[in-house]
Design a protein around this ligand. Structure first.
Ligand code: ADP
Length: 345
C-alpha cells in the first residue's frame, strides 16, 4: 500500500469509528496553520484542497482534530456536535496506529525511489560501457587474425587472454542490463501471451552448436499443444537460454541436457535436466543471490553469477515459480512453472 492508500484507509476508519460525516488526513503546509488535504474518507466526500487547522471546512458544523507526526487527523460533522474526551482519545489512538502505517508506507516509497535510481544508474552506465567493449573486441579480433602483422606466440597468448576478459566483461554488462530490465515497472507494458513451446525451442536451437562442440546431447522431449503464458517474449527466452546455457556449461563432455515440458492442471512446467557437476547442498540456498557462484562451478567455467538472479526475477514477474534438485557429480534439474494463459471469453 502506498502513502495515499494508507491515508485514505486512515480517514475512512476515523469517520467510521466516530460516526462522523467526513474525515481527512491533513498534511502540514507552510507555517500559517493551513493544512493540505491528503486524503478524505469514502466516496462522495469532497473537501477543499486545504483547510484551516482545527476548524470545520465550509459546509460542516463541527471538527475534531488530533495530531499526526506529519499533520492532523480530523473528523467533521454536518450538524453541530460536542465531541467527548473519550472520542478524542479514540481518535488519537487511531492516529497513533495510522502514524506507524504512514511511516512504513513512506519508507517503502523512499525505498522504491532509491531502487529506481539505482536501476537507472546501472542502465545508463552499463549501456555506455557496451560500445567501447564491442569496439575493443572487434579491434582485438583483427589483431588476432593477423591484420596488424604477424604475432609471436607470447603476443597471441596475451591478446587471447585479453579477449577472454573482454568477453566476460561483455556478459557482465549484458547481465546487469537484463537484471535492471527485469526489475523495471515498464516491463509490464510489453507483456502479452507468449508460447512456451516455441520459446523453449528457440533457446534450445541457440545452444545446439555449443552442445555439439562440447560433445553433449541436447534434446527436447515432445509435448502437447502450444501453451501460452502471460510474459514478454524476450523475458521468457532469457529464462530458458539461461537454464539451458547453464546445463551445457556445467556438464562435462559426453553428458546430456534434456528439456521436457508439460501441463499440470492450469500450470505449464518446463524441466531442464543435466548430467553435470551438480550443486553442493550448502550452495542451494544461495543460488539465486546476485553474483553467487558455487565453488565447484568456479573450477570449471567462468560466469557472472547473475544468470539465476535474472531467471528468478523474471519467473516471479510472470507469476511463476522455480525449483531445483541436484546431486553433486550426478546432475541438476531446474523446473519452472507458470499459470497457463487462456484468451478471455
Ligand atoms: P553463472 O554465471 O555462475 O553460471 P548463474 O547465476 O547462472 O551464474 O548460476 C549461479 C550458480 O548456480 C553457478 O555459478 C553454479 O554454481 C550454479 N549452477 C547453476 N546452474 C547449474 C547447473 N546446471 N549445474 C551446476 N551448477 C549450476
Amino acid at each position: 500500500m502506498d502513502l495515499s492508500q494508507v491515508s485514505a484507509r486512515l480517514a475512512a476508519a476515523a469517520a467510521k469509528v466516530l460516526s462522523a460525516d467526513a474525515a481527512a488526513v491533513l498534511l502540514s503546509e507552510g507555517a500559517e496553520g493551513r493544512l493540505a488535504v491528503a486524503a478524505v474518507s469514502g466516496e462522495g466526500v469532497s473537501l477543499p484542497p486545504s483547510v484551516e487547522a482545527g476548524l470545520p471546512p465550509p459546509g460542516y458544523a463541527s471538527a475534531l482534530c488530533v495530531p499526526l507526526p506529519v499533520g492532523r487527523l480530523c473528523v467533521y460533522t454536518l450538524q453541530p456536535r460536542r465531541f467527548t474526551p473519550q472520542e478524542q482519545l479514540q481518535l488519537q489512538a487511531l492516529a497513533d496506529l495510522g502514524a506507524l502505517a504512514l511511516q512504513a508506507a513512506q519508507a517503502l516509497t523512499d525505498l522504491e525511489r532509491i531502487e529506481a535510481a539505482k536501476r537507472q544508474f546501472i542502465q545508463v552506465t552499463t549501456h555506455e560501457l557496451r560500445s567501447p567493449i564491442t569496439v575493443a573486441q572487434s579491434l582485438l579480433r583483427n589483431v588476432l587474425k593477423g591484420y596488424a602483422g604477424p604475432l609471436t606466440d607470447t603476443q597471441r597468448d596475451l591478446f587471447e587472454r585479453i579477449a577472454g576478459r573482454l568477453d566476460f566483461l561483455e556478459s557482465l554488462v549484458n547481465d546487469l542490463l537484463d537484471l535492471a530490465a527485469s526489475r523495471t515497472p515498464e516491463l509490464a507494458e510489453k507483456e502479452g501471451p507468449v508460447a512456451v513451446n516455441s520459446s523453449v525451442g528457440r533457446a534450445a536451437l541457440l545452444f545446439q552448436p555449443r552442445a555439439e562442440e562440447k560433445g553433449i546431447s541436447l534434446t527436447i522431449q515432445p509435448c502437447c499443444e502450444e501453451l501460452a503464458v502471460w510474459a514478454t517474449e524476450d523475458g521468457l527466452d532469457r529464462i530458458f537460454t539461461n537454464l539451458i546455457g547453464n546445463g551445457i556449461k556445467y556438464t562435462p563432455s559426453g553428458g546430456s541436457v534434456v528439456i521436457s515440458l508439460g501441463r499440470a492442471g492450469d500450470q505449464v512446467w518446463v524441466k531442464v535436466a543435466d548430467t553435470g557437476i551438480g550443486i553442493p547442498e550448502d550452495a542451494l540456498p544461495h543460488l539465486f543471490e546476485e553474483f553467487y557462484r558455487a565453488p565447484n562451478a568456479r573450477q570449471v567455467a567462468v560466469g557472472t553469477g547473475l544468470g539465476l538472479t535474472i531467471v528468478r526475477e523474471l519467473v516471479e514477474r510472470f507469476g511463476g515459480g522455480i525449483e531445483v534438485e541436484s546431486e553433486v557429480g550426478k546432475g541438476t534439474t531446474f523446473t519452472v512453472s507458470f499459470p497457463i494463459w487462456r484468451p478471455q471469453g
